[in-house]
Design a protein around this ligand. Structure first.
Ligand SMILES: Nc1ncnc2c1ncn2[C@@H]1O[C@H](COP(=O)(O)OP(=O)(O)OP(=O)(O)O)[C@@H](O)[C@H]1O
Ligand SMILES: [Mg+2]
Length: 390
């Protein structure tokens, strides 16, 4: 029903039969109810704006994406509700705008929006904004770019290992020869030269370690899978780190399910996972804080979940995006390869990892490892009504 028709009807209202008016109003209400129901059922966010960028309508999905409330926020300017974007400027262009945006509240999401003018005859002009959640597809694209980048790095690493590894070996051998000759010199000359030789040897060792760590971080490895109880493996790793934690006043709490099934894992590599993550957790705890690291293990039908939480300094939002970049470290003595190694090992085991952190309060690293032996589980009975999440 066109707006123009309604205006004519209002103008002649005193001359129109009340029964006709009642029928028209009834129809309008039904039509309105129908469209509202359709909009509410959409996964896409829908926002209608007037020319001043004030919200005339917003559906449930839009409220969810931007953390808004339909009743409270109707009539407000979009710029006051979704800050950081110049909505008025986009609207004043009067053309279709199609862009991606990142929101941080109520959740961090990547959204794609499409803002188009509505000019429907007599209706007052305005804008419709359709919003799609593209967080997952963007993450997938990011993962592809990342794996391509890692692929390129692996190739480069193989070259580096060849080009640097060989001369390093030869340097080591020549230093050994020098060492033998220096030992034959009179003590006065020997001591000074021996000092220089030691420094050169240490530097070569350092280069060798850097090279090995780099290769370990990115080169795929062959897993030596054996049946492992991850709970016990974790306890063993803790024995190595406990003295350091105790000296720094950090308590460790274990919250393991009573039964942790054995998984087919590479025990040495998994020990390295625990070692890297527990060291990160303990290094993140400030000395003046009562430190607590909690390790939780839970098992469901298809995976074992390990959570390592600490009450350390946390990770800033900016740093969160570059955590897995090689050599990114906030520590004086760090290599910035620890998390990259952990992720490579977990992925090679068919698992995944997640990191959640709040700056100032702590970090939780979660590992999800698939159970090699899948246990049976009950499926819902066929006649049960299954709720579909829309
Ligand atoms: N539990 C944590 N709490 C706070 N920040 C963390 C935590 N784990 C990792 N980080 C941050 O991520 C960065 C990268 O970690 P990663 O383990 O890859 O390297 P590193 O710890 O710096 O060096 P290395 O592991 O070689 O000693 C760290 O420098 C730190 O800033
Ligand atoms: Mg580390």
């Amino acid at each position: 029903m066109k707006q123009g028709f309604l205006e004519k009807l209002v103008a002649k209202l005193d001359r129109v039969d009340p029964a006709v008016v009642q029928a028209i109003v009834g129809r309008l209400l039904r039509e309105n109810g129908f469209f509202v129901q359709v909009f509410e059922a959409l996964r896409e966010g829908v926002i209608l704006l007037d020319m001043d960028s004030r919200v005339n309508y917003l559906n449930t999905a839009a409220c969810r994406f931007f953390g808004l409330h339909a009743e409270m926020d109707m009539g407000k300017k979009l710029g006051d509700l979704v800050r950081g974007m110049n909505w008025q400027e986009m609207i004043s262009q009067g053309t279709v705008v199609s862009r991606d945006m990142e929101v941080f509240y109520p959740d961090r999401r990547f959204l794609h929006f499409y803002l188009a003018p509505i000019n429907d005859g007599d209706a007052p002009p305005g804008f419709v904004m359709i919003v799609n959640d593209v967080t997952t597809s963007r993450a997938e694209t990011q993962a592809t770019i990342e794996s391509e980048r890692l692929g390129a790095l692996t190739l480069l690493a193989a070259g580096v290992a060849h080009e640097i590894g060989n001369p390093l070996n030869s340097l080591g051998i020549h230093l050994q020869l020098l060492d033998r000759k220096i030992k034959k010199l009179p003590p006065g000359e020997r001591n000074e030269l021996a000092g220089h030789l030691d420094t050169a040897r240490q530097e070569i060792q350092r280069l060798d370690i850097i090279l090995k760590q780099f290769l370990q971080a990115i080169r795929p490895s062959t897993l030596n899978r054996v049946k492992v109880n991850l709970g016990e493996l974790c306890r063993e790793t803790l024995k190595l780190l406990e003295p350091e934690c105790a000296a720094r006043g950090i308590s460790i709490s274990l919250e393991f399910d009573p039964i942790i099934p054995e998984l087919e894992l590479d025990a040495v590599q998994m020990q390295q996972v625990f070692h890297n993550l527990l060291r990160n957790a303990s290094q993140a705890i400030r000395p003046d804080v009562d430190g607590l690291i909690t390790i939780a293990m839970q098992c469901n039908d298809y995976e074992l979940r390990v959570d390592i939480s600490d009450n350390g300094v946390g990770i800033s939002t900016e740093h969160m995006g570059v955590l897995f970049e090689p050599y990114r470290t906030t520590k004086e003595e760090g290599s910035g390869l620890g998390l990259l190694i952990v992720r490579r090992i977990i992925r090679e085991h068919g698992g995944e990892m997640e990191i959640e952190s709040r700056e100032g309060s702590g970090t939780r690293v979660s590992l999800f490892l698939p159970l090699t032996v899948k246990r049976a589980r009950l499926l819902p009975a066929p006649d049960r009504v299954i709720d579909v999440d829309i």
